[in-house]
Design a protein around this ligand. Structure first.
Ligand code: NAD
Length: 349
C-alpha cells in the first residue's frame, strides 16, 4: 500500500518555485530591491565570465516562433532554462515569452531548484539592461524611451529607475492599448510616464532608448536618422534569426556591446551586418578589460539577446531567497539502495 512507502530523502525533494511563490517573493523583497539585487548578481557573474562553460543556446525554430534551451555551468553549479518566443501568442491570449528552469549541483548532478522563469526572465532581462545602461549610458541620463509596451516593458522601466536614476519614461507601441496599460502601471509605481503616438515622438529628448518589441521579421523600429548623438540604446526585442529592430545603417554609427558574441552574431541586431563588424562583450567593460563609452556624443548600443549566464545568476539569486516553506517536488527517484531502482518500483505495487 502506498502509505507504507519510505519517504524520499530531503536531497531528493527538489525546491520548486511556482509563479505564485515567485510573486510572493517579489512582494516580500520589493520589486525594485529585487531588480537592484539581480543587477548586482548578474554583474558579479559577468565578472567571472571566463570560468563559465559557454555555448550559443540551442534553438528549435518554426515559422511563428522559437523554443530554446539555455545551459551554462561555472564548474560548481549548472543551470538551464527552457524558453519560448512566439510573437503571435498574445492574439490567442497567451504570452509571447514563457520559461522555466533548473539549477543543479555539478558534484552530484542533482537539481537544487526548479523554478518558473517567465517572471524571472522579465526580471533578469530588465536587470541586464540596467547593468548595460549603467556601464554605457551618459551618467546624467534621466529620460527613457520605451518602444514596445508589452510584458517586459514595466520591468525594464523600473530597473532603469532603480539602478540608473531614470525618472521619465516616454512610451510607444503600435497597439495603443499596450501603451495605456504600461502608462497606467508605471504611473502607479510613481514614474512620470508619457504616452506617445509614434516612435519618433517617443524618442524626443530621450537619453536612453529601449526597444522591446515582438515581431518575427526584420522590423525597423528605429531608423538611422531618428537617433541623435549621445544616446544609449538597449535593443532587446531582436533575438532570433530574421527578427531584428534596428535599421542596419544605425549600427554603422553606433559602438556595439553584446553578451556572448557567437550567439549574438546569429540572433542579434548584428546578424544584419558583416561578420567583421566590431563588437565588445559587456563583461569586458565591467572588468575594465575594454572601454565602454569614450565620448558623450557617442551612440552606444547594447544588442541584448539574453544569455545563459543571466539565468544562472537569476536562479542562484532565487536559491538564496528560498524560505523553509518553499514547496518541494518528488521528482528524483530515491530508492533505499541506489542500485535497486527496480525493487523500489516493485515495493510500490
Ligand atoms: P509582448 O508581446 O508582451 O510585447 C511586445 C509589444 O511590442 C506588443 O505590445 C506589440 O504591440 C509591440 N510591437 C510590435 N511591433 C512593434 C513596433 N514595430 N513598434 C512598437 N511596438 C511594437 O512581448 P514581451 O514579452 O514584452 O517581449 C518583447 C520582446 O523582447 C520579444 O521580442 C521577446 O522575444 C524579447 N525578449 C528578449 C529578451 C532578451 O533577453 N533579450 C528577454 C525576454 C524577451
Amino acid at each position: 500500500m502506498m502509505r507504507d512507502l519510505p519517504q524520499p530523502s530531503a536531497q531528493a525533494l527538489v525546491p520548486f518555485v511556482s509563479v505564485a511563490e515567485m510573486m510572493a517573493t517579489l512582494h516580500r523583497i520589493g520589486l525594485e530591491s529585487a531588480l537592484v539585487d539581480l543587477t548586482a548578481r548578474i554583474e558579479a557573474e559577468f565578472r567571472r565570465w571566463p570560468l563559465f562553460d559557454k555555448t550559443p543556446r540551442v534553438a528549435a525554430h518554426s515559422p511563428i516562433g522559437v523554443i530554446e534551451l539555455m545551459p551554462t555551468s561555472d564548474g560548481s553549479r549548472y543551470a538551464f532554462k527552457y524558453v519560448n518566443g512566439h510573437p503571435g501568442n498574445t492574439r490567442a491570449g497567451l504570452q509571447t515569452v514563457t520559461a522555466f528552469g533548473v539549477l543543479a549541483e555539478v558534484a552530484t548532478g542533482y537539481p537544487l531548484l526548479i523554478s518558473e522563469m517567465t517572471l524571472l526572465t522579465a526580471l533578469r532581462t530588465a536587470a541586464t539592461s540596467a547593468l548595460a545602461t549603467r556601464a554605457l549610458a551618459r551618467p546624467d541620463a534621466r529620460v527613457l524611451a520605451l518602444i514596445g509596451n508589452g510584458a517586459q516593458a514595466e520591468f525594464q522601466a523600473l530597473a532603469l529607475r532603480a539602478v540608473c536614476g531614470i525618472d521619465q519614461v516616454r512610451l510607444y507601441d503600435t497597439d495603443p492599448g499596450a501603451t495605456r496599460k504600461c502608462a497606467r502601471n508605471l504611473r502607479a509605481a510613481g514614474l512620470q510616464a508619457i504616452a506617445c503616438d509614434s516612435a519618433e515622438a517617443a524618442i524626443q529628448g530621450a537619453d536612453v532608448i529601449t526597444t522591446c518589441t515582438a515581431d518575427k521579421r526584420n522590423a525597423t523600429v528605429l531608423h538611422d536618422n531618428m537617433v541623435g548623438a549621445g544616446v544609449h540604446i538597449n535593443a532587446i526585442g531582436g533575438d532570433c534569426p530574421g527578427k531584428t529592430e534596428l535599421a542596419p545603417a544605425l549600427l554603422s554609427r553606433a559602438t556595439t556591446f553584446v553578451e556572448y558574441e557567437p550567439q549574438t552574431r546569429v540572433e542579434g541586431e548584428i546578424q544584419q551586418v558583416a561578420p567583421g563588424y566590431p563588437v565588445t562583450e559587456l563583461w569586458q567593460v565591467l572588468t575594465g578589460e575594454a572601454a565602454g563609452r569614450t565620448a558623450s556624443g557617442q551612440i552606444t548600443l547594447f544588442d541584448g539577446v539574453g544569455f545563459a549566464i543571466e539565468d544562472f545568476a537569476a536562479l542562484g539569486w532565487l536559491y538564496d531567497q528560498l524560505d523553509p516553506g518553499t514547496a518541494r517536488l518528488d521528482v528524483i527517484a530515491d530508492p533505499d539502495d541506489p542500485r535497486d531502482l527496480y525493487g523500489m518500483v516493485m515495493r510500490a505495487r
